[in-house]
Design a protein around this ligand. Structure first.
Ligand code: ADP
Length: 240
């Protein structure tokens, strides 16, 4: 899908320092400007320590920036209070982490219905049915009643992706989503992310160390020492 003219998210001159005002204060993002449109599937790459997780945390409204502007769906994030940030996060974002963060005592289906519970205070029949459909689309029809500990790493990660997608957020932020998987499971999980991207209008920003996976994204943004070093769109990225 072609990105639309209005960016889904737009960063302008974003800076981030840790330990502000302390002797160990350190600026790790030095003025990052970046826009991502609806329907993009982008990789964020760069050496360890270059600021990828910090940038993802800012995009995810999990960390405040020190300076600059971040507009998400046209709304400036720096002016939002904690409640507004939480609401915006629930409305606009899905998260997938390297370690899935599924709740171990809950089944796959219960884990995937949690975002609806968090956002709406209840799980409607329609939401539960949709959660089942998303799990089935991820190849997990037979695993819905199982707890994370009963599933393989790849299956757990697919549950985590189903959870990130279930409320159809405009943007999914994924931090090394296949980082703890073997090659075959990693390829499979990544291919499913691409398929879900093709079927929904959700944009993806995927932090990855794996050049094989970056190659399969439509756009590759490289961060080096807290600055964007390169930002390339690929003409013919293909799913696995
Ligand atoms: P990457 O994800 O690319 O490995 P990070 O965003 O994790 O990079 O880290 C960028 C820099 O910020 C590193 O030098 C790291 O040590 C530092 N850093 C990250 N988180 C914190 C924190 N909570 N407090 C202080 N320094 C941090």
């Amino acid at each position: 899908m072609e990105p639309t003219a209005t960016p889904l998210i737009a960063l302008d001159g974003v800076r981030k320092s840790y330990n502000l005002g302390r002797p160990n204060e350190a600026e790790v993002l030095h003025g990052v400007s970046l826009a991502l449109g609806t329907g993009e599937f982008a990789a964020l790459i760069g050496p360890s320590g270059s600021g990828k997780s910090t940038l993802l945390n800012i995009l995810g409204l999990l960390e405040p920036m020190t300076a600059g502007s971040y507009r998400i769906q046209g709304e400036e994030a720096s002016g939002l209070d904690d409640t507004e940030l939480t609401m915006r996060r629930r409305a606009s974002l899905g998260f997938v982490f390297q370690f899935h963060h599924l709740l171990p005592a809950f089944t796959a289906l219960e884990n995937v219905t949690l975002p609806a519970l968090m956002r709406e205070g209840r799980i409607s029949v329609a939401r539960r049915e949709h959660a089942r459909a998303v799990l089935a689309a991820m190849g997990l029809a037979d695993a819905m009643g199982k707890r994370p500990g009963e599933l393989s790493g790849g299956m757990q990660q697919r549950v985590a992706i189903a959870r990130a997608l279930v409320l159809q957020p405009p943007l999914v932020l994924a931090d090394e989503p296949t980082g703890n998987l073997d090659r075959a499971s990693s390829d499979e999980v990544f291919a499913l992310m691409r398929r879900m991207h093709a079927e929904l209008s959700t944009s993806f920003l995927v932090v990855t160390h794996d050049p094989r996976l970056a190659e399969r994204c439509d756009r590759v943004i490289e961060l080096v020492d807290g600055r964007i070093e390169s930002d390339e769109r690929r003409a013919a990225a293909t799913a696995l």
